[in-house]
Write a protein that binds this ligand. Structure first.
Ligand code: MF3
Ligand code: CO
Length: 248
């Protein structure tokens, strides 16, 4: 979407609600807590902010929660359940909000308690890949440069971009064109323009980039069972660069 002033004001509000959901989940995500409890906390933020969920009921089978809670070898789209988090688990939290018809979408990954060295590095590299991708954004820059920045950051660290998933345009729907790839598909392609709203979301694996969808129809799991991290922001292209709409 290309946001005008009014649309951008609503996108900012949706983004702020998503950031609030993240804050609530992050504070409560400790060993002994279930992922469905964390989902309920996020749902209560939506209610208190008079926002609605773009995840609940999405797709087929209809997604059953307001957050995705993806633990360890689950890359994305893990369904919150009674599973209790343990010290050292890697939790990826993805959620969105709709305010006045406009969508926000963002994700972060964190360790429960203390992270082992490999997990800390995975978290740092994935978050840095997102920051570097946001850093290349400006009007006139090719969309493909976002994917190039992600791929470069991830591969320079010896890690892998997860195959088959990408970011997206966002606005009056959660998923709009264009696809925002996490790798460089080659020269050419469209250029960014002021007001474009995008969800950028590197997914990074320690081991194989291959995944499969689990029997629940949603959970995306690494083929080799290794850990994976996911960071996502909704951003708008500004005259000089990018504004992050889902920042805490
Ligand atoms: N937030 C995801 C994305 O970034 C979409 C989640 S699908 C849902 O595209 F069904 F879980 F909502
Ligand atoms: Co997204």
């Amino acid at each position: 979407m290309r946001a005008d002033r009014e649309a951008l004001a609503k996108m900012r509000r949706a983004g702020a609600v998503v950031a609030d959901m993240h804050r609530a989940v992050r504070e409560a995500a400790v060993a002994g807590v279930s992922t469905s409890h964390l989902d309920q906390l996020a749902a209560s933020v939506l209610t208190s902010r008079h926002a609605t969920s773009n995840f609940l009921g999405y797709g087929r089978p209809p997604y059953p929660a307001v957050t995705c809670m993806s633990v360890n070898e689950v890359v994305v789209h893990g369904i919150p359940d009674e599973r209790v988090l343990q010290q050292g688990d890697l939790l990826s939290v993805d959620c969105g909000a709709v305010v006045d018809g406009y969508h926000g979408d963002a994700a972060f990954s964190m360790a429960i308690g203390r992270a082992d060295a490999a997990t800390s590095r995975l978290l740092e590299v994935t978050e840095a890949a997102l920051a570097q991708a946001i850093g290349v954004i400006a009007p006139g820059v090719r969309l493909n440069e976002i994917g190039r920045a992600v791929q470069r950051a991830v591969e320079a660290a010896g890690l892998h971009v997860v195959d088959g998933y990408c970011g997206h345009g966002i606005g009056t729907a959660m998923h709009e064109p264009p696809d925002v790839l996490n790798y460089w598909p080659g020269r050419g392609g469209p250029r960014l323009a002021e007001g474009m709203t995008l969800a950028i979301e590197p997914m990074v694996a320690v081991g194989t980039p291959d995944t499969f969808v689990a029997g629940d129809g949603w959970s995306v799991v690494t083929a080799d069972g290794s850990r994976s991290a996911h960071f996502e922001h909704t951003v708008v292209v500004t005259d000089r660069g990018a504004e992050v709409l889902t920042r805490l």
